[in-house]
Structures are given as structure tokens and as C-alpha cells.
Design a protein around this ligand. Structure first.
Ligand code: FUB
Length: 309
């Protein structure tokens, strides 16, 4: 018994909602979902996969924003941000994440830096509304490749930011490819506060995502390649993180797997992408999908049952 509810009864209530109409967006290819809840609505931020027919890599130039109050019907808003909005960036609107603080919305993004700091970099844009317009908050990168060269020596390790704000207002930025990094942010959200730290997790590739349920912190991430989603748990945002296992299998027809996890109106959601969209769907033409997420009584996560395949 857990709080008067038998575990069996809890399992029986784990019914899967198959009404998301996966993939949820069918007129564009979308990838790398992130989501926030604001004023009773979910705002979904995605990268726009838009490769030319003969181009076989992650070719994204802009991000898109959608909103919904039921997780099924999504409204698209005007394009809120492009990689070129960062004057110091060349292109590559890769994975990004928005967080609200003191009435402002901060969007941490991956882009490709110009030759002054060659390699991937993390920038931050800011807006007064969850749908923008967003503008570069600092006029330069927050994280550049030269800041982490000592760890991997590769030029694409500074990607995939995820942000978290503690109840006391302290913000944390986690990010990385091959090596997972984290650093505190100052109260203004646009400056680093202290040294960059590292975390080692089994088969870490990229796509870290932080969320919290009760007093457990969860750090989910892309594991191996083609990517599954794995996760670790901790009682502190600074770790130590205990690896807990696989959360989601390789998401059909896509080598990458990038998740966001939210609770909305009492239901837990696992938002991810796959290559399922008919006609040309695949690793470079991805589509965002949603499925329900279920917790075990001890806080561990049940494997996601993808309804999108
Ligand atoms: O969309 C480009 C890259 O692919 C992202 O930054 C990674 O997380 C992977 O999904």
C-alpha cells in the first residue's frame, strides 16, 4: 500500500491516452521539443527540420512555438526566433529550452558560432511573452566551445541546454554532447556564476533534460546512438545522480531522441520526436510526438509506451 492506494490499483489506472494524433504537427517537420506551462497553457518550442532534398544532416535555421490548453489541439504562432537573430552565430537552430523568471522568458539555444569561437555554442534570447518576439539577450554567446575544450576537444560538445530554477531562485544550466556539463547562472540569467562542472553518466550522448517530481530530481538524456532515452535521479539538483535505466527505446526511424517532460492538469507527459511523418520522414526530417509518462511508487519511471509507431 502507498498512501492507501494498492500498487496493483495504481498500475491498473495507468491507461494510455492514444488520442494525441501523433505526430502532433503534420505540416512541418519538428524536432527537439521543449515545453513550459504559463497561464493555463502549454507552450511547445521546437526546432524546424528543413533540409534540402539532397542534404543529409541536421539542417535547422529557426525555432517554432505552438500552444495548447489540452495537449491535443495545437496553435502555431509566428516564427519567434531564428539562428540568424544571434549576430555572432552562423546557423544551426539546434536544441533549445525556454524558462520563465520574474515575468520574462529566457530561451537557451544551440547555434553554430562564427569563426571567432569556432564550434557549437549556447546563446540566450529573452522576451516578455512566451510567444516572443525574442531577441538576443546579451549580444554574444553564453557558452563557447573554447570554455570546455579541456574536456572533450570536440567542437560540438556545447549543445542542448536545459535550465532549472530552484525554489530559492538559483538557476542551473546543464548541457552537452559526449560530456555532460553544468554551471550555475547568476540572478540575471545571462551570466555564469562559478566554474563549469561535469557529470559522468553511462552512454551519455546529448539531450539532457531536468525535471522534478515530489522531492526527486530527474536527469533524462539521449543514450547511445541510435539514441534511446535514459535517466538518472537525485535528491539534489547538483547530484550525485544515480543512473536508473532506459526510459524510451529508439524512437522509430530517427537516430536521435530528444525529450521534454511536463505535468499538465495532473497528467504527466513525455514529449519527443521520431521520423514517423509520412513522405521523407527520418533522422533529418523529424516530427514531435506526445505520450503519457507514468511513475512507480518509489519515484522511478515506467518505460514510455510510444503510441506513435
Ligand atoms: O536537432 C539537432 C540535434 O539533434 C539536437 O541538438 C540534438 O539533441 C539532436 O536531436
Amino acid at each position: 500500500l502507498l498512501g492507501g492506494i494498492s500498487l496493483n490499483a495504481q498500475h491498473e489506472s495507468d491507461s494510455i491516452n492514444e488520442n494525441f494524433n501523433n505526430p502532433i504537427i503534420t505540416d512541418k517537420y519538428t524536432a527537439d521539443p521543449a515545453a513550459i506551462i504559463h497561464d493555463g497553457k502549454v507552450y511547445l518550442y521546437v526546432g524546424h527540420d528543413d533540409p534540402a532534398d539532397d542534404y543529409n544532416f541536421y539542417d535547422l535555421n529557426e525555432w517554432l512555438v505552438y500552444s495548447s490548453d489540452d495537449m491535443v489541439n495545437w496553435e502555431e504562432h509566428p516564427v519567434p526566433l531564428k539562428a540568424k537573430d544571434f549576430k555572432w552565430a552562423v546557423d544551426d537552430a539546434w536544441a533549445a529550452e525556454v524558462i520563465e523568471k520574474d515575468g520574462k522568458f529566457y530561451w537557451y539555444v544551440t547555434v553554430h558560432h562564427d569563426d571567432t569561437h569556432p564550434g557549437k555554442a549556447i546563446g540566450v534570447a529573452v522576451a516578455d511573452s512566451p510567444i516572443g518576439p525574442f531577441k538576443d539577450a546579451i549580444g554574444k554567446a553564453l557558452i563557447t566551445n573554447d570554455m570546455t575544450t579541456e574536456y572533450t576537444g570536440i567542437s560540438w560538445d556545447d549543445i542542448d541546454p536545459t535550465v532549472w530554477i530552484e525554489d530559492n531562485g538559483q538557476a542551473y544550466l546543464y548541457w552537452g554532447n559526449t560530456q555532460l556539463y553544468w554551471v550555475k547562472l547568476k540572478d540575471n540569467m545571462i551570466e555564469l556564476d562559478g566554474d563549469i562542472q561535469t557529470v559522468d553518466l553511462p552512454h551519455f550522448v546529448e539531450a539532457p533534460y531536468i525535471h522534478k517530481k515530489g522531492d526527486w530530481y530527474y536527469l533524462s538524456y539521449a543514450y547511445d546512438f541510435p539514441e534511446k532515452t535514459a535517466y538518472a535521479m537525485s535528491k539534489s539538483i547538483e547530484g550525485p545522480w544515480e543512473y536508473k535505466g532506459i526510459l524510451n527505446e529508439v524512437a522509430g526511424n530517427s537516430n536521435t531522441n530528444h525529450q521534454a517532460i511536463i505535468e499538465f492538469k495532473g497528467i504527466d507527459y513525455f514529449i519527443y520526436h521520431n521520423g514517423s511523418k509520412p513522405t521523407k520522414g527520418g533522422s533529418y526530417r523529424r516530427s514531435v510526438c506526445i505520450d503519457q509518462l507514468f511513475y512507480n511508487a518509489d519515484g522511478t519511471l515506467k518505460r514510455v509506451q510510444m503510441t506513435s509507431e
